[in-house]
Design a protein around this ligand. Structure first.
Ligand code: DP6
Length: 393
């Protein structure tokens, strides 16, 4: 490989917030109105992979997302992120005649409410920074935030808090617990729809900030208390409290969407039926064993303790599976649960919505981004001569 041509390929995780980020105090710098907390998901099931290459032999900057070329100049945030790195590393490392080629892909549906922009920007900024030898996680996270707010949390594994701050320097994410620290924690993503969402998070939250009265109460009084309670629940591995705060926060976020004028609608009937299922399941146990949370789309994300996953999956299959009670589960496998107890069986029969779920992704907490390669090898999505590899089209 010639020394004037360099490349790196990295992968970065999705994160799912348990205290939601919704609303900015600064649109350009992406400074949020409130702190948020999320879990980073294992990259074996959900991740973005990005290759970045730089060379004087590339004629211009080019980028491909899931095999499709994107206009890099049309996307203000993308342009800004790249400019920030360029300024940070200077012309000695990034001479004016050197151009970038970037290829990125997700192993899950883009813009289906599965936080694809978080994984995508964390991946891009991690790749760019590491290409130029910058490996300070806080710096990378701050840069990723400029692409998409929630991306700053995907730079760390385990549970992560994004401290809202008031400016570019003070708005930072930090790890609360690593991915090994709560080993029984599991996550099931119930994919209700993989269609592109109607209202993007960015425009939705802007509209909420401008029109929702509930939003002010949430930001001033509710979230600060919830953050403290959630930090305690996570540090004490108190699932019951963790679950209640998670569900209450998801509900409040969607209540704010409803209170936005005109209202925003992300959850659908299937989402609401998952809400009722989770409350029913927890009630039978007499304490919380499962927590739902919904982002800007209808898919449910369930945080759940490992020992109840087989029974929960059996119930989900009985309610949402296709007619022959089959439901595709991708990822971590569990032993088949022998039989649902009578109450759950009755519940499943009464509330059956056959075929309502496309599939389930079964995963757990995972690490922050990882470098996969630093050469134009099989992992790299870009050809050494430029352009994306055929198998990425
Ligand atoms: C509902 O990070 O996608 O997923 O900063 O405008 O890019 P921008 O928004 P984005 O918003 C995510 C919102 C959320 C909640 C969360 O992840 O905290």
């Amino acid at each position: 490989m010639s020394t004037d041509k360099r490349t790196i390929t990295v992968r970065a995780p999705v994160n799912i917030a348990v205290i939601k980020y919704w609303g900015k105090r600064d649109e350009k710098l992406i400074i949020p109105l409130n702190d948020s907390i999320s879990g980073t998901l294992d990259m074996e099931q959900l991740c973005a992979t990005t290759s970045v290459a730089i060379s004087p032999s590339f004629k211009c900057n080019q980028m491909w997302l899931n095999g499709e070329e994107v206009d890099m100049t049309a996307n203000e945030r993308l342009f800004r992120c790249i400019q920030e790195v360029k300024t940070m590393v200077g012309t000695s490392q990034w001479p004016a005649d050197h151009h970038l080629q970037i290829a990125s892909r997700n192993n899950f549906p883009t813009a289906a409410g599965l936080a694809s922009s978080a994984a995508g920007y964390a991946c891009l900024m991690y790749a760019l920074c590491r290409l130029f030898g910058v490996d300070d996680a806080e710096r990378i996270s701050t840069l990723a935030r400029l692409g998409s707010g929630s991306a700053c949390r995907s730079v760390y594994g385990g549970f992560v808090q994004w401290v809202a701050g008031t400016d570019h320097q003070s708005s930072i994410a930090r790890q609360i617990l690593d991915e090994e620290a709560w080993p029984s924690m599991r996550v099931l993503v119930l994919v209700v729809s993989d269609h592109r969402k109607d209202t993007s998070s960015s425009s939705g939250m802007k509209s909420s900030v401008e029109t929702s009265d509930l939003m002010k109460k949430r930001v001033q009084d509710i979230v600060p208390q919830r953050i403290t309670q959630m930090l305690t629940a996570i540090k004490e591995r108190n699932f019951h409290d963790f679950a209640e705060i998670t569900m209450r926060d998801s509900n409040q976020f969607h209540a704010i969407c409803q209170d936005t004028y005109p209202p925003i609608h992300y959850m659908n009937d299937v989402s609401w039926s998952v809400v009722s299922l989770v409350h029913y399941f927890n009630k039978l146990y007499g304490c919380n064993k499962v927590a739902y949370t919904f982002d800007a789309g209808p898919n449910a994300c369930l945080y759940v303790l490992e020992n109840v996953v087989p029974e929960l999956l059996a119930l989900i299959t009985a309610i949402y599976g296709k007619s022959e009670s089959k439901l595709e589960v991708q990822g971590i496998e569990y032993k088949k649960h022998p039989e649902l107890n009578d109450s759950l069986q009755k519940y499943a029969v009464v509330n059956a919505c056959p075929g309502a779920l496309k599939y389930v992704i079964s995963t757990k907490l995972g690490t922050g981004p990882q470098v996969l390669s630093t050469s134009f090898d099989a992992n790299c999505l870009i050809e050494e001569s430029g352009g994306i590899k055929n198998n990425d089209v």
